[in-house]
Design a protein around this ligand. Structure first.
Ligand SMILES: O=C(O)CCC(=O)C(=O)O
Ligand SMILES: [Fe+2]
Length: 259
């Protein structure tokens, strides 16, 4: 999948523009979205494609170059859908909760939302000043990150310090998002992360976000709220909608869900 994504970004701009985002929509190919004057722009080109529910796929934005792009993305995300269910069950089991408690709240995979975002970071003349993707946490239950096989860049924030994620070409980085934090009443944390640039080499990552359907009401499940651990989050619905508003202003959307 990584190779196929890279090949797409290697095509000349006029070829890629066929798949360009239209003004207000996030779907398609383009640079960072501008919604606020005071925002900082990320040093990146993106290709943003909704892959589930299947009837929401906008195939006009799905590259036909390289030829295998569409099929590869379909196969890759179909596998991740299965993995996501396994992970939601594992999350319950490791807290000694009923196996399906998170999965039942999240909803069946046919209706859940899945978004693939290819991030392409060209070499940047001033990596000391410019960031590839600014600090944020993901508005997903889980995010599956396929890292560049050769160029590092992803960092996570812990105790006010940035930690590098080392390269591991054989592995996916799986990141818990805000929905996992809310459903688990804060036991699983949705960490703040960013990607830095470098002056020498381009870098590509693919983030696949697994998000409950916007109709779903999401809140801490039974079993994670008790006297010792009071409820921390309100019930949220279609939380991802307001996400970009906060995100582009460098704020954490989960603030809105805290009681
Ligand atoms: O480029 C990366 O490694 C991180 C991308 C990311 O955090 C995102 O797309 O949400
Ligand atoms: Fe992210």
């Amino acid at each position: 999948m990584g190779e196929v994504g890279k090949q797409f970004f290697d095509f000349p701009p006029e070829t890629k523009h066929k798949y360009s985002r239209k003004d207000v929509s996030t779907e398609g190919y383009g640079s960072d979205i501008i919604i606020a004057e005071e925002q900082t722009l990320d040093w990146t080109d993106r290709l943003f494609l909704t892959t589930s529910p299947k009837d929401q796929r906008q195939l006009k934005f799905w590259p036909e170059i390289p030829e295998s792009f569409r099929e590869t993305l379909h196969e890759y995300t179909t596998e991740l859908e299965k993995l996501n269910e396994i992970l939601l069950k594992a999350m319950a089991m490791c807290l000694n909760l009923e196996e399906n408690c998170f999965l039942d709240m999240y909803g069946e995979k046919e209706n859940a939302t899945m978004i693939a975002r290819f991030n392409f970071y060209p070499p940047c003349p001033r990596p000391d000043l410019v960031i590839g993707i600014k600090p944020h946490a993901d508005a997903s239950a889980f995010t599956y990150l396929l890292q560049d096989k050769q160029v590092e860049g992803l960092q996570f924030l812990k105790d006010n310090q940035w930690y590098r994620v080392p390269l591991n070409p054989e592995a996916l980085v799986i990141n818990a998002g805000d929905y996992a934090e809310i459903m688990s009443n804060g036991i699983f944390k949705s960490p703040v992360h960013r990607a830095v640039t470098n002056s020498e080499r381009e870098r590509m990552s693919l983030a696949v976000f697994c998000v409950p359907n916007p109709d779903r009401e999401i809140e801490p499940v039974n079993g994670v709220v008790n006297e010792a651990r009071p409820r921390l989050y309100k019930k949220v619905k279609d939380y991802a909608r307001s996400y970009f508003e906060y995100y582009q202003r460098g704020r954490r959307p989960i603030e809105a869900a805290i009681i």
